[in-house]
Design a protein. Structure first.
Length: 403
């Protein structure tokens, strides 16, 4: 005969400690961090009195946009920022996460105009770059170029990308790790207001397909900029003046599940401030940089180096029958939101199991036990406060078959 399982799931959610973070954070401020990560942040030593804004990584070098004039081209001040016009620079990334002093990235791509952020194809043979002309400083256009074969840095076949226009600005390009999509920000018409985030397919020849707005879950009536997707394309970071930001641009994270975006979550006070926090990128593993004007009265941007750590939660419970008898040796399988198996355990003598999970993710548990019907339960790790106990139970009607 077969019986229907009564699964009692007791999910004890708590954060593990961060072994390297020596900073004491106000618990009230800590509540704002809904990212699922803890951050240790240090200001970079390469900052100057002018702005330094992180862009991307190329050949293990960090490419930044800056107003500093170390070998820069042209003169004069940007009437909007009150700083010199920007150029592209690159810095060596050292093993400890520090940087070398910046050098001019390219005398081919740097011009007397205002250079914006850049992105590269995965093979680093193609660049997508942005630039605004002095006569129309707020309108950035998107360009692409190819790296000449066997050259150190000779960019050829420069051309403007078709989605550029005199009627809207294209900014903050980012290419996904698989090279299939270009993310960017733009103030195109028919958006949600201000700058919105878009993505477009990258064709085999490097051309760009029709832009697709990321939708109202990500975009707001205010400015949304600086998209960055993780290597596994399961998370997107971006900066927004909406989503109840602390003030100005805050950096947010959203999960990407089956091409859909979850509700954005604030990275908290270790990263964000009452001013503008932008250009969050991961350089290597759990290390990366972002830029902020929080420490400058003149609103110029400094770069900050961060080290992150996943704030793992624990999901634990027991498996019992309908009449409250424990079921040791039951198989408990854990799936992620995409239906992929990420863990499997056999219950102990006390019928317990325990999984370490990332917060703010969808999960599914499946219980398998000979003589019983399989049981499935969907769970959401929603970042409940520390030591909160979630008791999840599901009872299917008792079903006893005749012999």
């Amino acid at each position: 005969m077969k019986y229907t399982l009564h699964l009692l799931v007791v999910a004890l959610i708590f954060c593990t400690t961060n072994p390297y973070d020596k900073t004491v954070v106000d618990p009230k401020n800590n509540d704002l961090n809904k990212s699922g990560y803890s951050f240790q942040v240090n200001i970079s030593k390469v900052n100057s009195k002018f702005s330094e804004i992180a862009s991307t990584v190329f050949r293990d070098k960090l490419v930044i946009v800056s107003s500093k004039k170390i070998g820069g081209l042209g003169s004069g001040l940007n009437p909007v920022t009150k700083e010199p016009y920007t150029d592209l620079f690159c810095l060596d990334v050292k093993q400890n996460g520090s940087f070398s002093q910046p050098l001019l990235f390219s005398r081919i791509l740097n011009t007397k105009s205002n250079e914006g952020q850049v992105a590269f194809s995965p093979d680093e043979h193609r660049i997508y770059y942005t630039r605004s002309e002095r006569k129309n400083i707020l309108n950035y256009k998107l360009y692409t170029a190819e790296l000449k074969k066997d050259s150190y840095g000779k960019w050829i076949n420069e051309m403007e990308v078709s989605i550029s226009s005199d009627n809207h600005s294209i900014e903050n390009p980012h290419v996904t790790s698989d090279g299939k999509f270009l993310y960017f920000s733009s103030d195109m018409k028919d958006g949600y207001g201000g700058f919105d985030l878009y993505k477009a397919e990258i064709h085999e020849d490097g051309s760009i397909g029709k832009p697709e707005n990321l939708g109202g879950k990500i975009n707001t009536s205010k400015d949304d900029k600086y998209p960055y997707t993780t290597k596994d394309s399961k998370e997107i970071y971006f900066s927004s003046k909406g989503h109840n930001s602390i003030g100005g641009f805050d950096i947010f994270i959203s999960n990407i599940n089956n091409k859909k975006y979850t509700e954005p979550r604030n990275l908290g006070y270790d990263i964000n401030s009452k001013k503008d926090d932008v250009a969050f990128i991961i350089i290597n593993g759990n290390q990366g940089v972002f830029s902020s004007n929080k420490d400058n009265a003149n609103n110029s941007f400094n770069m900050y180096h961060f080290q992150s750590e996943i704030m793992y939660h624990e999901l634990e419970g027991i498996v019992i029958t309908q009449d409250d008898k424990i079921l040791p040796n039951a198989t408990v399988v854990l799936y992620n939101g995409e239906g992929l198996e990420i863990g499997r355990q056999t219950t102990n003598e006390d019928a317990s199991y325990n999984f370490k999970i990332k917060p703010y993710q969808d999960y599914q548990l499946k219980v398998i036990k000979r003589g019983f019907k399989d049981y499935n339960k969907t769970l959401l790790s929603d970042g409940t406060p520390l030591k909160a106990i979630l008791k999840l139970s599901s009872k299917i009607s008792y079903n006893k078959s005749k012999p």
